[in-house]
Ligand binder design. Sequence first.
Ligand code: SF4
Ligand code: SF4
Length: 71
Amino acid sequence: MVFGSKSELRKITSLHFYAALCDFCGCCVAVCPVDCIELEEAKLTVDLTVCTLCGNCPRACPVGALTGEAA
Ligand code: SF4
Ligand code: SF4
């Protein structure tokens, strides 16, 4: 398997955001391929109508504020 392609294959079936854990670091915003995570001051919004459940943001979140169940 080509190293680096693995994460793209690991999609998720659902995405959950736990606002109380988020420290607004912006890591999730940086890895979203469809730009559906918006970070404004101390508010994070995920547009689930656009999200492709790629799984990038739960893998990138350092505090577990975004979680997803593996597909
Ligand atoms: S799962 Fe992927 S597409 Fe959905 S919000 Fe996270 S990074 Fe964006
Ligand atoms: S990566 Fe996690 S802690 Fe950082 S802004 Fe996103 S949800 Fe919040």
